[in-house]
Design a binder for this molecule. Sequence first.
Ligand SMILES: [Zn+2]
Length: 487
Amino acid sequence: MVLFCTATVFPSVTSGEELPGKNRYRANVQIDPLSKHVEGSITILFRPQDPSQVYLHVYPYAFAEKKQGEQWEQLLGKDALPGAYAITKLSVEGHPVEPKRQGTLLEVSLELAKDAVEKAGQVRLELHFEMTLPRNNGRMSYDDHALWLGNWLPVLAVHDKQGWNLEPYEPIGDPFYSENADYQIQVTLPDHYQLASTAADQEAMIKATAQGQKTYQLEAGDVRDFALVIMDQTYQILETKADHTQVRTWFRSSDNAVAAKRQHEAAWQSLAYFNSQFGAYPYREFDVVRTGGAINGMEYPAIVFVDGSHFFSERESTIHTVVHETAHQWFYGIVGNNQWRDAWLDEGLTEYAAIAFLSAKDPQYEAYRVWDRMLRGTTVSSYIEANLRPWQPLSAFPDNRSYGDLVYSRPFSMMWMLRDAWGEKKLHAFLKAYVRTYRFGVATGEDWIALLTAEAGADAKDFIDYWLYLNPKKRTAAENWLEKQRQ
Ligand SMILES: [Zn+2]
């Protein structure tokens, strides 16, 4: 049990506070790296889209029980141990409420917040929680040297044109969808630990507090999630400024130093490249953190997790993951999307951007990956027979292989064909315009296609039907559409 810290620098959120058109999260958490215990409170100030209720995704509930099945085993590992999660208090506008929970989803009635909604159009929700981290290979876990916390804070479900988006945690893909918000997170931990987060950590105020503890005041504006890694003293750092962003790569003293340097260079060089191609990165700090587990890589705003396997080997192929996660900063981060419904949108554009960078850096080496992605992205007859396609909900993918082929390789192949027709310059100007149009917002697949149609000057429907809905009857029409784009 960690001592509660009473030092509060952030003013507490009150309903009288004006919201700047986006939601606001404020948390105060205590982390004990030895017992893997995290507890604290979070206040969420938001404008309700639905006057009767609001939904929160509380993803740690997914790991408070043992998961069965092959896909979960692939994500979490054979020896995964569940953790524990409990909400000890919940209030709406100061009134205690009982939430209804189904899996990772919490339904909270706004009945007692009617006055606040009518008066100010906004609601304050406060939640106290306690958790013990699960032990697994996934996005939220720990090992002997670090605790990595991805998708650990409750996050508001999105209410959009489709209504509420209440999808559960899936073992395939990244089952997340959230809106741009401001975060202020106060973290207390023993003073011999280090921390990297979505915030610009080097600018954080750090206060020594009682009994060998310290408290970080972390702030991150215009982000759609907040991830955090706690590291012991075996972690070292490489730092390079890329344009206006300090890129910090965290690795362990037992890692291969050449491999770590290679990861770091790939991170800052690709960030600088994406800046030049898709628009300036908006954050002052970008952390690449070597975690344990076997997640490969995972993207969060201004921080990415890259697992240890990339820090052992000096092979050039190991940089692909960090470049891919860095590209997600634009496609998922700056421009958000529903990763449950339109997974192809962020994964397809991200994989295209990653390979565009790697091809510019080493065309000969990267030619093999382009060939491999194109082969997988165009060898799809078995998927057509099975009625599978890139544009379908996560729950419709039977395994990681079909997800990889259809959500990464197929849209990548589509983008590479478009690049061949338009040229790199025009394609990147188009993607830059897409980022500018939906910056800090959310884009749907339909939005992207509308922009594509406008840029092409010809309805892209057949092209999309062929590439993303795998309609073989549209093959000739898609080829003709692309042929016209060459002129
Ligand atoms: Zn990805």
